[in-house]
Design a protein around this ligand. Sequence first.
Ligand code: ARG
Length: 472
Amino acid sequence: MEKPWEGRFTEKVDKLMEKFSESVSFDKKLAPYDIALSTAHALMLKKQGILKEEEADKLIEALNQVKKEIEEGKFKWKTELEDVHMNIEKRLTEILGDLGKKIHTARSRNDQVVTDVRLYTRENLNEILSLLKTLKVEILKKAKEYIDTPFPGYTHLQLAQPILFSHYLLAYYFMFDRDEERIKDTLKRVNVCPLGSAALAGTTLNIDREFTKELLGFDKISLNSIDAVSDRDFIAETIFCLAMIMMHISRLSEDFIIYSTYEFNLIELPDKLCTGSSIMPQKKNPDALELSRGKTARLYGDLMGILTLLKALPLSYNRDLQEDKIFLFDAVEVTKITIKIITEVIKNIKVNKDRALKLSKANYALATDLAEFLSKEGIPFRDAHHIVGRFVRFAIDTDKELDELSYKDFRGFLGKYKETLEKKYSLEELEKIYKDLVDVKKAINRRNVIGGTALNQVKHVLKLLEEKENLK
Ligand code: ARG
């Protein structure tokens, strides 16, 4: 097939080279943006008197026809025509004859392709923003459902202190909220129009770049044509934003995988997002979560891929850049579907409240409360820590939880401080104090600092977030 650029060539392109260099198999995704771009370009050429009115009108009509053919699946994509741009242009010339070729006046595929990719990126980042919003809203709803449910809190994956499940879940709200902010910031650099930069130096024709920028909804035009055709920072940045979202999702996935095991038994995953084993009839595997965790690797690969593609690439456009779309498209598709799946997980999980309550106070999780009480009574924290440490040892040896013991058991470990305490409080008062100190709900509510897990603090934060997300 005859190529639009074949004028200076005497030899036909090698078949293997055709196969090697084509991008239409993946960049046909850009067709809607390419057609929007060409339509805006034709309108500008008409306004500037570069194309006659009826020429531009016919081109736009034909572009609409091509768009329809593509949407209806009737368009015949040809790999011999390399990429999406040349496929569409070739079809225009089939429809319009020589006039079709005029669409490529005052532009190059170099500014065309990067403008298409910017339009694609803008649309998809906006879609991802709305998916993130839905995810955040589901997190808020789930937090509300379990607003006062005690849950074990971990550090080093060792039971540390009791928290509220709502507080735990809101931690993820904040991660996704930062992801949203990051995307909004990235969009400022995505939404810049390179069209008119042509191959790398601009064009001798009298174009109006502001006009096409407006028609295509860009915020600004690029001011350096060399940078404009070779800049792919916005792709690297976009993939970074998405990799960060996936990293957050992978942490959530890992938590839920662990929490849903038989051994932890803290949450129940919805059957519809799990699968069974082909040999073990009893199995219910957390595949949605495992795949989310696994697909995060794809994003890191995409990020490393785009950065490597750009490393030491001389200015300006080089054909290497054709590969940018492989990483971008993969990152976008994987992130979109993973956010959707994780949103379903959040919507459908159930907390096993009895087990959560039991674990939240297990393993002497309230020992810190005892030590902090002693330090409030004037006992140096180091001594308090030591006293409680020895008491915990005693509890372990006698196989008792802290709430199965009493002040009577504790006082023997106080040493010289026993007298101080018992001078100030009666034994009865100390029994009551001890009981309160090892009560989970009270312990949670004692973490009454801004950002802490006390119920009133979490309620306050939840209310702020609901307002922020325009809920109720
Ligand atoms: N398919 C190419 C790409 O994606 C379009 C630009 C080709 N430009 C060129 N000078 N060969 O980068």
